[in-house]
Each structure stands twice: as C-alpha cells, then as structure tokens.
Design a protein around this ligand. Structure first.
Ligand code: ATP
Length: 625
C-alpha cells in the first residue's frame, strides 16, 4: 500500500489520481468553512469530512489533504507552483463560460475575485447535457499536469485542461477551482488546522466506531504527525505510515532519510553575552561562528549521488556544480549515506577567505556549469543528522561532532568545520564574537553541548541554539522577515516609485498577515525602482481577507503576499495602529524606526516572522514587565 515515494525526486503515486471522492463534496466543505469563523467549528467540519471520505478508501485522504492545503505535492518536489496569472484565467473563463473577455475584465475590476466571476458565469450558462462530475483524483491530477506544463504550447495545454474542468463544474466548484489555480483559496484555513483535523479523523478511523477521541489524544496525535512531517515533509508518506502502523506509532516508522530534506533546526535570538550565560547557567555550551551564507543540507544517497537542499527544502544541487560530497567523505567504503547540516559561503580562493553574503547572491540559481562558476563556495559543516541510515538527532551535540569529524575530512576552501570554542568566560566569548566578525561572520551560534537538550530538533526554533548577531546587539537581537502587504506612493524625490511599504508578520494559527509597521528607510534609489517594477505587477483591488490592519494605516496600493523584507528595528512598542499579536494585547506590537536590510527571496511568505515570535521579542525587552 505505501507509495514508493522514498526519495526527493519521485513523483506522487498514481494511486492518488484514482480517488473517486466527488470534487463537489470538497468544494461544499470549502464553502462552509468560508462562512465559519470559529477555529473549533472549522476543525469539526474538516475532521468529519475527512472521516467520511476515509470510509470508502483511506487513501482518499492524501489527494484531499493536498487540495485542502492548496498544494500539489511535497514542497521539495520541483515545478508544482500553480499561481496562474489573472490574464490566462480571464481568457479561459471567457472562453469556457461564453462571456466576452471585456465582460470578464470589467466584472473583475468590480469584484476582484476571479473564482466568484467563474461561478457566476457558470451558473447562468445554459448546458446542453449534464457533464460527468469531477472527482478529487481527476482534479488533483489535472492541477499537477497544469503546474508541470512547460515550454512551447504550454499555455494552450493549460487552457485546454482548465476549460475541460470548468465545463464540468457545478454548484460552487468553479469558484474554488479557479482560486486553487491562482493558489489562493482564501477560506481562512491554516495548515495547522488541517493537521489537527487530520489527526482527529485518523484517530476516529482507528478507534471504536462512533467513539470520538478526546481532545488530549488528538493533540498528542497532532504532535506525532507534526514531528513526523518535520522529518519527512511529505503528506503521502506520513499519511500512509499512519494508515499502515497507526498514528501513535508514527515516530517508529516515519523517520528522516537521505533523499528527503528534513526541516532544519532554527535558533532563537539573543541580545547579549550575559543573556546567553543566564540561559545556559551551569550547563556546558559551545559557540560556533555564525556564517553568513545559505543553509545547505547535504545528502549522500545510497546510489552515490549527492543532493543539496536549501533552508526551504528546495533542491539546489544544480546550483553548486563544483561541490562533490564524495571528496569530503573520509571512507566511501564505510559511509554509504549521510545527511550533513552546513552553511554554503562565498569563498575567495586566492586570498583564502570568506566573502560577504552579497557576493554569494550574485551566483546564478539554476543551470550553472562548473566551468562558469566565478564565485566559489565553501561548505562550513556544523552538524551531522544521519549516517548510514542511522538517525543521529537523538545523540548529544558532542557525540554528533565527534562522528562528523570521523566520517568526513576537511578540504581547505571547499569543506571545513564551523570554527568553535567551548568556554563560559565572558571575556573569551567577547573575544570570540569579535573575532568571528573580523573573519566575515555575522556573530556566533551558541549551542547546548551535552544531554537531551543538545539533541537536533528538526524544524524547531529552539532555546538550545541561540544566535548572537553582532550588528543586532543594540536592537531586539535579530532582524525580522516581514511580508510586504502594500505601499504608499512616493513624494518629492521618490515620485514615480513607492516611497514606503506596509509590512506584516504571519499568524501561524489563523493563516493571517498582521500589520506591524510602515517602512521607508534603508532603500537606495535603484532598490526603490526595482521594487516598484516588482510590486506593481502584484497589485490588488483591495486588501485580502487574510490581511489584518487598521484603517488609519491603509496603504495607497495593496499587493499579493509574495515577498519578505528583512528589517531591523530599534525596538518594539505597542500601538493602536498595528495588529501584530493583537490577540495577546488589545493593541498590536509594532517596530520603531524600522530599516530595510535586504530582500529575503529564500523564504516563502509563510516563513515570515510569526506573530508569536514578535510577541516574544516584545516581551523579552527588558522594560516590559
Ligand atoms: P531563521 O532561520 O532563524 O528564521 P534566518 O534565516 O534569518 O532566520 P539567521 O537568523 O541568520 O537565519 O540564523 C540561522 C541561520 O544561520 C541558519 O539557518 C544557518 O543557515 C545559519 N548558520 C550559520 N552558521 C551556523 C552554525 N554554526 N550553526 C547553525 N546555523 C548556522
């Protein structure tokens, strides 16, 4: 039964395309969720639906879950982005529903929701004969084919597939089909809610008939799925393992493996060495240079090939043709598979030193040939996650470091170990921090060295890893990555571009973006021009339903959420104008004197600094009681 999707580049199992669940059932649930605001009620609706569709065939759960989270496979599978442009969709709606393009465009200007327009157009369209109803499997397969469609004639192929589905749409189906194609379901359904609902449905399926699992059990089950998903971010594998072994046994059967990028462990910010000492009081900790490059999770697979994954699990192997893990493995006879956690940093071969991050970002992302590489990369390894199929995450950092040194060998300028120092002396730490900056690093990563607290925790932003960034010691200890929601037209010197932007953080519970500041500082004229060109293509007629803002800070133009800005701030304060964390306080937390640092194109918008993190940063400020 388990699909053979073991390594990162195998597509989903074709079994998923056979799901006979009527697509109309899914869309009716979406419609119900759209009209429901209580999260508990949404969980109830989703979990009851999931339980119902599992009765026929439990595997139905997989493609259905993908439709609910509006994705088409694991994030690491390339080419699954939909996000079709409005031009193509308007053309398709007009052709499929017998409306002129002008009519569709005018209506879009009035309503700003292509899904609703398709729905209206379908409802008044006379049909000669009743079309065969759409199934979940069919829609899932077609959406994947549309996303994969590339090159010559791809536009025509996409339109043909969408038209075929649109003409079969009944009831509210057209609305959600079009929104799925745009990659914006806008029903206020966060992935976390889907995960809880999934756990509840799976537990109900396993338990005695008619018996509701307790909320406590559901939460435990959800934690199991979440943990498994952090190690194997693939719903097909995780759900199949639940079905095969039971959800409570997931941790024994669904474990990280070479070929699938696990979600990396993350660190918490700190503002001073004394804060670090307070945190690790009485325990052994160790400090490493914090390299300023890109995270690189390096996998050696059984077949001898190598993969390098980014922080987001994107396969970046092509980007680094000059790297070969086989050069750094001490003994290829005895090491067959491996997962290492490293930072890829630009390297000056002549001077034998690290180059700034900006140099690394000038490298091409795709289609790079080794002979064309001008900016070389050196990998700085700081962890080992798996060796010969054996997980290392539940060993101490001390043991992991020893193993790393045993099974790999450094090659100057190509593969080196992160420079480290184990000390608890303030003076030595201060010196080490200063030295790290002299050596072109951002500061230090301070980590617990022994015991269970030093284990590697996939995906977790852990207190057992603290980042101490030299430049940010005077601020809140870290920069924030915020989503650009809208902009204000520039005046004076900035006329003709945007002069400032409205930024928001991401609330992981509600799936909403909560505003937290306006920003107009830190941009060069070239950057403003570049940003104008970029954002003017993503304008909306009004704010999205998922934007939480106060009317007093309404921007001149609203944008689709596509981009994160890395931003520095002097400190955080409460403000009635902004909404970050407003469910914790009556007011929102906002950034004072925010300053633009750079674009964060390596993160998706859901990876923005979360509302919970902003609240935590605010609370950590010493003046907050
Ligand atoms: P975050 O990943 O915390 O959301 P971010 O992507 O902005 O934020 P940073 O705040 O710069 O990253 O800090 C974490 C990153 O530092 C890691 O993801 C990793 O890429 C990098 N890094 C550099 N050196 C080390 C090291 N020695 N140990 C762990 N991570 C390191």
């Amino acid at each position: 039964k388990s699909a053979g999707v073991e390594s990162g580049d195998k597509p989903v199992s074709p079994d998923l395309y056979y799901s006979k669940v009527p697509y109309s059932d899914v869309c009716n649930v979406f419609q119900e969720i759209e009209g429901t605001s209580s999260r508990l009620s949404i969980i109830k609706i989703c979990s009851e639906f999931f339980s119902r569709i599992m009765k026929d065939n439990p595997q139905n759960l997989i493609p259905t879950t993908y439709l609910f989270i509006n994705r088409l496979g694991p994030d690491y599978e390339p080419g699954l982005e939909l996000g079709l442009g409005e031009g193509l969709l308007m053309k398709t709606i007009s052709e499929a529903c017998g409306k002129s393009l002008v009519q569709v465009k005018n209506r879009y200007r009035e309503m700003g929701d292509l899904g609703q327009i398709a729905l209206e157009a379908r409802n008044v369209q006379p049909t000669m004969f009743k079309p065969k109803p759409l199934t979940v499997g069919e829609v899932f397969e077609n959406l994947r084919a549309i996303a994969h469609s590339q090159g010559k004639d791809s536009q025509t192929r996409k339109i043909k597939l969408i038209k075929r589905m649109l003409t079969a749409c009944e009831g509210v189906e057209a609305k959600f089909l079009i929104r799925s194609l745009e990659s914006k379901l806008r029903i206020g359904l966060a992935e976390k809610t889907v995960l809880i609902s999934l756990s509840k449905a799976l537990l109900t399926n396993e338990g005695e008939t008619g018996k509701e699992p307790s909320m406590e059990l559901v939460e435990q089950a959800e934690a199991k799925i979440r943990d498994a998903f952090c190690q194997v971010p693939n719903y097909e594998i995780v759900i199949n393992a639940c079905l095969d072994y039971g959800i409570m046994e997931l941790d024994k059967h669904c474990r990280l493996r070479p070929g699938i990028p696990l979600k990396p462990m993350l660190a918490k910010p700190t503002k001073s060495i004394t804060e670090v000492l307070d945190r690790f009081q009485g325990q052994t900790f160790t400090s490493e240079y914090k390299y300023d490059g890109e995270r690189a999770q390096v996998h050696l697979l059984e077949d001898g090939t190598m993969r390098i994954y980014s922080r987001n699990g994107e396969n970046m192997t092509e980007r680094y043709p000059e790297i070969s893990i086989r050069d750094f493995v001490a003994d290829l006879e005895h090491t067959k598979t491996l997962i290492l956690d490293c930072e890829a940093v630009a390297w000056d071969k002549v001077q034998q030193k690290i180059l700034p991050f900006q140099v690394l970002s000038t490298r091409k992302r795709k289609d790079v040939e080794a002979k064309d590489v001008k900016v070389r990369v050196c990998l700085f390894a700081f962890d080992i996650i798996c060796h010969n199929g054996e997980r290392q995450i539940n060993k101490s950092l001390r043991e992991r470091r020893e193993l790393l040194a045993q099974v790999t060998k450094p090659v100057a300028g190509e593969f080196q170990y992160a420079v480290e120092l184990t000390t608890s002396s303030v003076e030595e730490l201060q010196k080490f921090l200063d030295q790290s900056v002299k050596d072109s690093c951002e500061g230090l990563m301070v980590k617990m060295l022994d015991g269970p607290e030093s284990h590697y925790e996939p995906s977790k932003r852990s207190r057992n890893w603290l980042k101490l960034k030299k430049d940010y010691l005077d601020g809140v200890g870290d920069s924030l990555d915020l989503c650009v929601l809208g902009a204000y037209y520039g005046r004076g010197k900035r006329t003709g571009t945007y002069g400032g932007f409205l930024l928001g953080c991401y609330n992981q519970d509600s799936g909403e973006f909560e505003t937290c500041c306006k920003i107009g500082t830190g941009f060069s004229d070239e950057m403003l021009q570049q940003l104008y060109e970029r954002f003017s293509k993503t304008t909306l007629d009004g704010p999205k339903a998922t934007y939480v803002f106060d009317s007093s800070a309404e921007p001149d133009v609203w944008f689709e959420p596509t981009t994160l800005f890395e931003v520095l701030t002097a400190d955080l304060s409460l403000s009635p104008v902004y909404k970050a964390g407003a469910s914790t306080y009556d007011k929102g937390v906002s950034l004072r004197f925010p300053r633009f640092v750079r674009l964060r194109d390596d993160k998706s918008v859901e990876d923005a600094t979360s509302s919970a993190q902003i609240v935590e940063l605010y609370q950590d400020q010493s003046h907050v009681a």
